[in-house]
Design a binder for this molecule. Sequence first.
Ligand code: FAD
Length: 465
Amino acid sequence: MAEEKQFDLTVIGSGPGGYVASIRAAQLGLKVACIEKAPSLGGTCLRVGCIPSKALLESSAHFMFAGKQLAQHGVVVERPKLDLNRMMKRKQQTVNMLGKGVETLFKKNKVELICGTARILGSGSLEVESADNTSTLVHSKHILIATGSQPVSLPSVPFDGERIVSSAEALSFENVPEHLVVIGGGYIGLELGSVWKRLGSRVTVLEMRPQIFPGMDGETALEAQRILHRQGLEFEFGKKVTSAMRNGDQCQIALEGGDTIECSHILVAVGRKPFLEGLGLDSIGVQLDSEGKVQVSKGFETNIPGIYALGDLVSGPMLAHKAEEEAVAFAETLCGETRSVDYQHIPSVVYTHPELAMVGATEESLKEASTAYRKGVFHFRANGRARASGAVDGWVKMLADEASDQILGVHILGENAGELIHEIVVAMKFKATSQDLARICHAHPTFSETVKESALAVSDRTIHS
Ligand code: FAD
């Protein structure tokens, strides 16, 4: 007979959405369980997403820097050798340590972890099937689905887990691919493409559309593409893949129009879709939207009372920090507070070198909405710290409302962009104008002076350009 348990809230999935919701709800006094089917906690983000990709980006950047740039600083070392095994071990240690950290946080906050695969039976009850085939019947006043997303596959390019892969496997290649073709010029493809290029692969990016980073500020994406091209990434635009096949150690890609490309590995990075398999949502009648995501109200409740959803499987950007914001808003709302997520001010960061970070409107979206705006651009090459560091690529581009001067959007391509953007997020949250930012003292010499100067540039008052 199945063991039975009772909770106020049961969360399915321990990614940034699920574990944060579990912890916050427990802090607010609910009896909480979190169910996870994978052997370690933290979801896509920790296991095969944000964290392992950033560990490899960091390690590969050191390898490239040691080989190509150290000498410019007068530091002469022998040609660096790659120990891929050790690099992968370090990545895995980071992942394991952070996964254990979530386990510790669960214990500290008295969240009960149930290991196994959950299936919802209806409002208030679910079943968990463990790896050892035992099952648990869980009764729960509230159920939160936070099962995240999975890579979109192309039916004509079937994954084989070795040579034709998704991002999960591309984070763990045992050898440096000779020639990696990345299908898709979004952030996942370009971050992983950058890793393998730095470690010695030839990397070709195939993108159906005319630019990389679709949906981002066009001018900034184009500049990023020029810089990545200079780093050796090859780009083919307007190329639609019709099929691909593996033949031993080689792969062949067929393109619309008859062209073919030979390569050693293929990374399919054409997006992600909600992971809803095995949850039993069909049988209980949970409604999905036109994108196949779970439809929820402001309090994250689905059409079935007592069943909620958030994170990658509901509408909005598929980002870990978006899932975390939703998780806190969900838990606090459930416990009687009135909370919502400010979707206007969610920053996005691409961790290529240099980084790309943005928040708010793009120039294209302002034009489309016929919003009159002023634009200020300041280049990193005119910044003292950037010169001293040898990090002169990129710019800060600020867009402000023509009439009110309120900041509407900022796009940073440059060193530490992922950190610099948060000054802008705070400023925009408090409805700051470009003049407000321009009048704030920024320490010298810092990269953050580029932000101040871009604010000055909105009204043609830059000092250093
Ligand atoms: P997930 O993190 O996907 O977690 C869902 C969990 O649910 C999983 O652990 C899964 O095992 C579990 N689960 C599923 N079904 C069941 C079931 N039936 N029973 C029990 N458990 C179940 N985002 C950023 O913000 N910054 C980045 O730099 C970044 N880099 C990324 C790099 C890569 C290569 C990838 C793939 C993604 C990256 N992301 C990044 C996206 C980020 O990982 C996701 O947005 C985030 O993990 C979503 O969180 P989530 O809680 O919704 O779901």
